[in-house]
Design a protein around this ligand. Structure first.
Ligand code: EPU
Length: 421
């Protein structure tokens, strides 16, 4: 069994470099399926979700060559099947992007119903609606999703809810469809813009990504002429920003896009931290306990749900009571029970949690309930007195590259421990 042990408290100090964005990479890898040739990607994060995606693509016939740890060439000339392996696609959410990409290039696709973190009901009805609007037939049976179409046609798609995955999937499905498809009520997250930028760099015609109306004019084929570098991870950067403030530290977070960090920077400043923006880095300094603040998670440019557990942890040590309203994922407060084991005072009902600041947390065995909750447990361990043992760390490894080494380099007393039980 593998666990992470953090001996706290500590003060983080120094520099950390942020990796490529998980949620952009897990969309851009399947997006390469639209190119009947080679794609050269840089700044690909070395995380388990990407390693799983590499296996899925290889099972479809992609030839993948690693040029270096973060750089790969994917050759999708000889895709021999559009049926993705159940055991791999059922493990994570982003496998749904295979539907849009394979449907667009080959007219059919089969994946398992996507898995992923247990943070709430994760329907894909809006993805299916987008494919059907373009003329596909989609059937969900016995845990699989089957999408087929004789001929997709450009159309107008209107999302009933703002969905990141649905928006990207609609773009993927429309990229090779003749005519102009209009997608309305789109999500605006930075990784949606990154996927559109990648596709435009290989010859697609996508306008409006980053706004709520996106227009995709179908092209006959795509071809890469130069390599494409994936954007830095907004949530990894945000996690280190909060960790710096929570430990009353001073950390320079390098290779991030300060514009993407604004909702996070604003809340840290409101809590009393100093946030200094440079061109492609951010410094966070803090020398006191945070002030209590209120947060409501919203689609971008609102406060990201993927930063909610890290902020919740930070606010356990605030002066006063803070309220967090989670409006995206209904089960995203499960981590609060782990923090209570460490001495936090938290109560929640439905989608609202109250955090009453305590003087200190103490180390205890806790579980990484999901990816972001796992990162939150590390932050808790850094601030707590004594040893915090974090179990189920495979969740953390899905989305954070080298997290133990990165925290260690900032002065944390943190280690992996592998036992034979
Ligand atoms: N929704 C529907 N129907 C759909 C799709 C979504 O009702 O067909 C609802 C969801 O239930 C949810 C809301 O719409 O309440 C937003 O879901 P969205 O589709 O935007 O989420 P997602 O694409 O499944 C991505 C990230 C998540 C992140 C959310 C919100 C990826 C692979 N995942 O999920 O990231 O929380 O957007 O920003 O991009 C994480 O990285 O830890 C993570 C969970």
């Amino acid at each position: 069994m593998e666990k992470i042990i953090v001996n706290g408290p500590c003060r983080l100090e120094g520099e950390v470099t942020i990796s490529g964005a998980k949620n952009a990479a897990v969309a851009i890898l399947p997006a390469t399926l639209l190119v009947a040739g080679k794609c050269h990607l840089e700044n690909v994060p070395n995380i388990s979700d990407i390693r799983a995606f590499v296996k899925i693509l290889e099972s479809l016939g992609s030839k993948i060559e690693y040029v270096s740890e973060h750089e790969m060439i994917i050759d999708n000339t000889n895709i021999h099947t559009t049926v993705a392996p159940y055991d791999l696609t059922s493990k994570f959410r982003a496998s749904y992007y295979l539907l849009g990409a394979l449907l667009s290039r080959f007219g059919n696709a089969q994946i398992s119903l996507p898995g992923g973190c247990n943070i709430g009901a994760r329907p894909i009805d809006q993805h299916i609606k987008a494919f059907e609007t373009l003329g596909a037939e989609v059937e969900v049976k016995r845990g699989n999703v089957y999408a087929t179409s004789k001929k997709l046609e450009a159309s107008s798609i209107f999302f009933d809810v703002v969905t990141v995955g649905g928006t990207i999937n609609a773009i993927l499905a429309a990229t090779l469809v003749p005519g102009t498809t209009t997608i309305e009520n789109c999500a605006k997250e930075p990784h949606i813009v990154d996927v559109a930028n990648f596709l435009n760099s290989v010859g697609a015609s996508i306008k409006g990504a980053g706004t709520d109306v996106i227009k995709v004019t179908g092209v006959k084929s795509l071809k890469q002429t130069s390599s494409y570098a994936i954007i830095p991870d907004q949530i990894e950067a945000g996690t280190f920003m909060v960790a710096a403030a929570a430990t009353k530290g001073d950390v320079l977070i390098k290779n991030c896009i300060p514009k993407h960090m604004e909702p996070i920077s604003a809340k840290l400043e409101e809590s009393g931290a100093e946030v200094i923006e440079y061109e492609d880095s951010i410094r966070v300094r803090m020398n006191k306990s945070p002030k209590a603040i209120n947060i409501k998670t919203l689609p971008y440019p609102g406060f990201p749900t993927d930063m909610q557990p890290q902020f919740g942890t930070y606010l356990t040590l605030a002066t006063g009571s803070s309220m967090i309203v989670e409006s995206i994922w209904e089960s995203r407060f499960q981590y609060t029970a782990e923090l209570v084991k460490m001495g936090a005072t938290i109560s929640y009902h439905d989608r609202t949690a109250m955090f009453t600041g305590v003087k200190e947390l103490y180390g205890s065995p806790v579980k990484a309930m999901d990816l972001r909750a796992g990162a939150a447990m590390i932050i808790a361990g850094l601030t707590a007195h004594g040893a915090t043992e974090i179990y189920d760390i495979h969740h953390i490894e899905r989305g954070y590259e080298n997290i133990v080494d990165k925290f260690k380099a900032l002065g944390a007393n943190i280690e992996y421990e592998i036992t034979n039980d």
